[in-house]
Design a protein around this ligand. Structure first.
Ligand code: BG6
Length: 490
């Protein structure tokens, strides 16, 4: 009557790594690529890493300067790690680790340089064709994110980014071009990376420049842009069913697990509300409608979202097949947060958790939280889950022989994978795990190179000096063993 107990990761579990176009590719002005929001991201030398949100903000003046800049000197995301020219060698290293899957994103501006062209740019399409073919030759499945923290600057300057419905139409054209071209080769898709992040950094996620709007309207503008992304995500699901019929398509959420600081009911309620707010983003894409608590929030705040007739049907009819998450940390909240010690670096800031250690960037390390988050997600939605980002940023220093002995990184991954295995044994249907990131890359928030995530070291510093040579860290061999044994030894 009962199924037998689950001992570990299922056969065919998708082990691999995750990267994003704007953090690795470089080649910012090659192959006909247009300027994107990521090309505006200036390296702010004087900011402390823990000033997380300030790293992401942008002013009109900074945009004007960046639009004029003709090199990559102050704009590390323009150079990335030159994956554009090194992808074959990098894929060979991923294959050596035994990867079954690589998560990467497609830069919209390679396919539609300004976003409004009637036809896609063949050279951009060809680049991803070659990349996908190289992966498949190495028995690595592509997991493609349609939108990861970038969009054409033309749409930002002409339309105000995602706040304008016309951007949705342009994105639908991009989605169709990509699905038509790669639909038969790609088995796993994601729509928007961390769709919830538009609330924390509206420019990076939605192409919204805050100072272009009256401060009191900004929140409304952001939720309007988010609505357009929800509809765009549902339309991508719709087109995927036709153009990539053998594939699965998922949504992607920054899982910001929040604990109450105490068992005071007010703290528990507040933490519950934070978690509910975090789930709002996946609720829409999985349940196909806005949850009622958000409608209450909108009405209490006087926010009005313009919708078109048909939007509700689009959302309800085209729901994702699976949910994917990034998980880096947990958070703590309290009604008395003002009087408590804070953790500055955490994505959403928050109260310090005395039971947890932090990374050098002040992100709280909580492996058990991953097990809790996975169980919660699966209980809530009962659809497969994919962990598509998890990892730690650290400064790596080579030893006398030039080797990075990154035991701290191994310890981080080991503890998280052990808890992930427990979640699988708890019954969570887990499709796979892609570490962030298998290779050192440019940090999304701080645009640093020094904040290293990889199993593969890349010789490049914050200023872009270095040979770009790739080398294996100690963790490379450790992860290779994990994959080889399908996590048996964890
Ligand atoms: C996630 C993003 O939020 O966190 C990635 O999807 C990002 O793009 C990762 O790189 C780690 O953040 P950071 O700022 O350390 O690069």
């Amino acid at each position: 009557m009962f199924e037998e107990k689950i001992d570990g990761f299922p056969e065919g579990f998708l082990w691999g790594g995750a990267i994003a176009a704007n953090q690795v590719e470089g080649g910012w002005n090659e192959g006909g690529k247009g300027l994107s929001t990521a090309d505006m991201a200036i390296f702010k030398k004087d900011l402390k890493p823990e000033e997380y949100s300030k790293h992401y903000t942008i002013t009109n003046q900074q945009i004007e300067q960046a639009m004029q800049a003709t090199d990559a000197a102050d704009y590390p995301k323009r150079r990335g790690i030159d994956f554009y020219h090194h992808y074959k060698d990098d894929i060979a290293l991923f294959a050596e680790m035994g990867f079954k899957v690589l998560r990467f994103s497609i830069a919209w501006t390679r396919i539609f340089p300004t976003g409004v062209e009637p036809e896609p740019n063949e050279s951009g399409l060809q680049f991803y064709d070659d990349l996908i073919d190289e992966l498949l030759r190495n028995n690595i499945q592509p997991l493609v994110t349609l939108s990861h923290y970038e969009m054409p600057m033309y749409l930002v300057n002409q339309f105000g980014g995602w706040s304008d419905r016309r951007t949705l139409d342009c994105f639908e054209r991009f989605t169709l071009a990509v699905l038509k071209r790669y639909g038969k080769k790609v088995k796993y898709w994601l729509t928007f990376n961390e769709i919830d992040s538009i609330i924390r950094h509206p420019f990076t996620t939605g192409g919204i420049v805050p100072e272009r709007y009256p401060a009191e309207r900004l929140e409304n503008i952001i939720y309007q842009a988010l609505h357009h992304q929800f509809v765009a995500s549902a339309l991508a699901v719709k087109h995927c069913r036709r153009l990539s019929p053998d594939s699965k398509i998922g949504c992607m959420l920054t899982r910001l697990l929040t604990y109450p600081q105490s068992c005071a009911p007010e703290d528990v309620l507040l933490a519950g509300r934070e978690n509910q707010l975090n789930y709002f983003f996946s609720d829409v894409q999985i349940r196909g409608r806005y949850p009622r608590h958000m409608l209450r929030r909108f009405s209490e705040k006087g926010l009005q979202i313009d919708t078109r007739p048909g939007d509700e049907e689009i959302l309800s009819q085209h729901r994702v097949d699976f949910i994917s998450i990034s998980y880096y940390m947990s958070l703590v909240t309290s009604v008395n947060a003002d009087k408590m010690d804070k953790v500055g670096g955490n994505i959403a800031g928050g109260v310090k958790n005395p039971y947890l250690k932090t990374t050098e960037w002040d992100w709280q390390i909580d492996p058990v939280g991953l097990r809790i988050a996975l169980n919660d997600l699966y209980d809530r939605y009962q659809i497969p889950v994919f962990v598509v980002e998890n990892g730690m940023g650290a400064v790596d220093t080579p030893d006398g022989q030039g080797v990075i002995r990154d035991d701290y990184r191994i310890a981080y991954f080991q503890s998280h994978l052990q808890q992930m295995k427990e979640a699988v044994k708890d019954g969570v249907e887990l499709l796979g795990y892609t570490s962030w990131a298998p290779i050192d890359l440019i940090s999304a928030s701080t645009s640093e190179m020094n904040k290293r995530y990889g199993f593969i070291y890349v010789d490049q510093d914050n200023q872009g000096n270095g040979t770009l040579r790739r080398s294996r860290k100690k963790s490379f061999h450790w992860y290779q063993d994990v994959i080889r044994s399908n996590g048996a030894g964890l």
